[in-house]
Ligand binder design. Structure first.
Ligand SMILES: Cc1cc2nc3c(=O)[nH]c(=O)nc-3n(C[C@H](O)[C@H](O)[C@H](O)COP(=O)(O)O)c2cc1C
Length: 330
């Protein structure tokens, strides 16, 4: 979970509990990513993994981005900040791959795109890591299988945070077909021989048992960890989740230009037609979101959360994961 929640303490605690914590590369410079890996290795002897963004080529409609900026400007001014520069960049993915080529991650997961076969081969040979592509549809699962990854993270429609759609298709509010996790598992199992990790809305042992019984080989948790003491989740985000400040979740491009599921706060709801322009919109809204978070005002903060968010607890990671594993009969 890039952007703060997946702190070194969270990754170490997940490892200590028998899970595999992922060092999130997203939004960091390659140097900061390497530092994060050093910190994790200093904090734990447990295996760790890494997560890479694979943003696509520039595809923004400049006029649409400018119109979104016009609509957002009063919100930024009300909080005493200017909007950011809506620039495109590729999350320094090549430099981050170079960092990983020198390390020993147990797994590398990808999101926002299909890893090219050449990259899969290079990373496997150099690192020995299990390579995992995030997919949201059976078609993406087939494409990733062909690219040669070892496993798939099936991200159901319930999942919190950005959707991993390979291409953000504006014909769909979710950037592609919003397939609920159980349906995605059923429809994908027959399309690929790869092990499937289920993600999206999994909060309890019963949820985990259900997807394992449906053919998943493992699970990926996000939202369930957000309010643990070890997580780096902002106080504003935690309070919005725990105080049930908003009624539910929604998928929006309003914050970053890529469909993402978060609590249905005013900014998320205000821009159903925000442009498909990642990371331009991410950079545009960043100062606004940062100012709102600093001011303790959740209405303009990206409060990523999956549909299971009402089940968040403040248990320590070890207690939470032990409970989920026990209740899942593991
Ligand atoms: C706050 C937050 C940040 C996330 N950041 C990332 C990320 O950096 N990379 C990624 O592949 N997925 C990210 N995700 C998505 C998760 O990998 C996963 O698909 C999702 O959390 C599963 O659904 P759940 O939140 O209902 O458990 C994030 C999710 C959340 C809630």
């Amino acid at each position: 979970m890039a952007g703060g929640p997946s702190s070194t303490a969270l990754i170490a605690a997940v490892g200590a509990a028998g899970g595999l914590g992922l060092v999130p590369a997203g939004y960091l410079t390659a140097e900061a990513f390497a530092d994060r890996i050093d910190q994790v290795e200093a904090a734990t002897d447990a295996p760790w993994g890494a997560n890479l963004f694979l943003p696509g080529p520039p595809a923004a409609d400049d006029a649409a981005v400018a119109a979104h900026a016009d609509a957002l400007r009063p919100l930024a001014e009300a909080r005493g900040v200017a909007l950011g520069d809506p620039r495109w960049e590729d999350d320094a993915v090549d430099a981050k791959v170079d960092v990983l080529l020198e390390r020993r991650p147990a797994a590398i997961t990808f999101t926002f795109g299909c890893p090219p076969a050449e990259l899969v081969g290079r990373l496997r040979e150099a690192t020995g890591a299990v390579l995992v592509a995030t997919v949201t549809t059976p078609a993406e699962a087939v494409e990733a299988t062909t690219a040669g990854v070892d496993a798939l993270a099936l991200q159901g429609a319930e999942a919190g945070g950005h959707r991993g759609v390979f291409v953000d298709d504006r014909a769909f509010p979710g950037g592609g077909e919003l397939v609920p996790l159980d349906e995605l598992l059923a429809r994908t199992r027959t399309e690929t021989p790869l092990p499937l990790l289920a993600a999206g809305g999994l909060m309890t042992g019963a949820d985990v048992r259900r997807v394992l019984d449906a053919g998943a080989s493992g699970v990926q948790l996000g939202t369930a960890l957000l309010c643990t003491p070890e997580a780096g989740t902002s106080a504003t985000h935690r309070r919005a989740l725990l105080d049930r400040r908003y009624d539910g979740t929604t998928v929006t491009r309003g914050f970053t230009g890529r469909p993402a599921r978060g609590l249905a706060n005013p900014l998320a709801l205000a821009f159903p037609d925000a442009p498909s322009a990642y990371p331009e919109v991410h950079h545009l809204t960043r100062p606004l979101r940062a100012a709102a978070a600093e001011q303790g005002d959740p209405d303009a903060v990206h409060l990523w959360a999956g549909d299971g968010w009402r089940g968040v607890t403040e248990e320590p990671v070890g207690t939470l994961l032990a409970r989920i594993a026990r209740d899942a009969g593991l």
